[in-house]
Design a protein around this ligand. Structure first.
Ligand SMILES: Cc1cc2nc3c(=O)[nH]c(=O)nc-3n(C[C@H](O)[C@H](O)[C@H](O)COP(=O)(O)O)c2cc1C
Length: 304
């Protein structure tokens, strides 16, 4: 019998659990030249704020051992232009569209969320809480339990769409943050966002990135991401969307065994944009080989 890859989480039906992580495929246009989007479970678009922002000046990306550092800084076209100019393109494809949103104040999060109510072709909001809280001194919302609670609360009230909260790994206890998110009515958590890192040029004695520090992604962060997915899976009842250094089907399966219901692929597509589709095929082959009928049987099946 053909394995069943479909999965329903947060009230959303995914044809399979393989999705594109926010930011690495922007609004989906370029990647369709190299990757059959219709084979994927969902695309999570680049972070959207209320108003357009240019992001940080270059250099804003550099390679590191087994990973990359980025200081892109959330450049985006703003919510109105996204709905008008980018969403019609995405509506043509099978995968669910999850819109990644962010704000620099709690109210802005609420306002961006509100704008997506009733917009055709948007199936859920992924809320990036790794952004600096401008009003409260620039500390990222998602590193503080109280501001995490307030963001989830305002977004939850503002929207009828499924709310997925994307957690920052730059915290001491990610399970506590996940519990706070769940207590405010979020439908799901996704993790991990990038880890704070830095690169230095020994010859010039200058930082490599214009912002000095940046976000580390790729295989270098996979063991940390797996650990956090497992901790969060054991801390909350809402489903977990896992990511961080997934490069192939085996990595994706490991995340699901650790507790992820879906997986997101980010940095890997810079190396080979066909990797997400290869992961869908690899997952099906693994299920056949292990006589697994439904992909949901894999979730949290870690044998300790
Ligand atoms: C270039 C780049 C841009 C990103 N932009 C966003 C973004 O806009 N919003 C967000 O929540 N995460 C963003 N991320 C984080 C990824 O979605 C993902 O959480 C992280 O890179 C870990 O997964 P990976 O190792 O598979 O890339 C970005 C990552 C990269 C590398």
């Amino acid at each position: 019998m053909k394995p069943d890859l479909s999965i329903r989480i947060a009230g959303i039906d995914f044809q399979n659990p393989v999705t594109l992580a926010s930011g690495t495929a922007r609004y989906g246009e370029e990647i369709t030249e190299h990757c059959d989007l219709n084979r994927l479970g969902a695309i999570i678009v680049k972070g959207i704020a209320l108003k357009p922002t240019p992001g940080n000046p270059p250099p804003r990306i550099c390679e590191t051992p087994s990973g990359m550092l980025n200081a892109i800084g959330l450049p985006n076209i703003g919510v109105d232009a996204f709905i008008r100019d980018k969403l019609p393109f995405l509506r043509q494809f099978n995968p669910k569209v999850l819109v990644n949103i962010f704000g620099s104040t709690v109210d802005e999060y609420g306002e961006v969320a509100r704008r997506f109510n009733g917009v055709a072709g948007v199936h859920g909001l992924e809320v990036n809480i790794s952004c600096p809280n401008i009003k409260e001194g620039g500390i990222a919302f998602g590193t503080d339990i109280e501001s995490t609670r307030r963001v989830v609360q305002i977004v939850r009230k503002a929207t009828t769409l499924p709310v997925l909260i994307k957690l920052s790994p730059n915290v001491t206890n990610i399970a506590d943050i996940a519990r706070a998110v769940e207590s405010q009515g979020a439908d799901s958590v996704s993790l991990i966002n990038t880890l704070l890192g830095m690169a230095v040029n020994a010859e010039t004695r200058k930082p490599v990135l214009s912002t000095i520090t940046g976000g580390l992604s790729g295989p270098a962060i996979k063991p940390i991401a797996l650990r956090m997915v497992w901790q969060v899976y054991n801390a909350v009842k809402i489903p977990v969307m896992g990511m961080g250094g997934i490069m192939n089907a085996t990595d994706a399966i490991e995340f699901m065994i650790a507790g992820a219901s879906t997986v997101q692929i980010g940095t890997a597509i810079f190396i080979d944009p066909t990797i997400p589709v290869q992961i869908v095929d690899g997952l099906a082959l693994y299920m056949e080989r292990h006589k697994i009928q439904s992909v949901s049987e894999l979730i949290g099946s870690l044998q300790c």
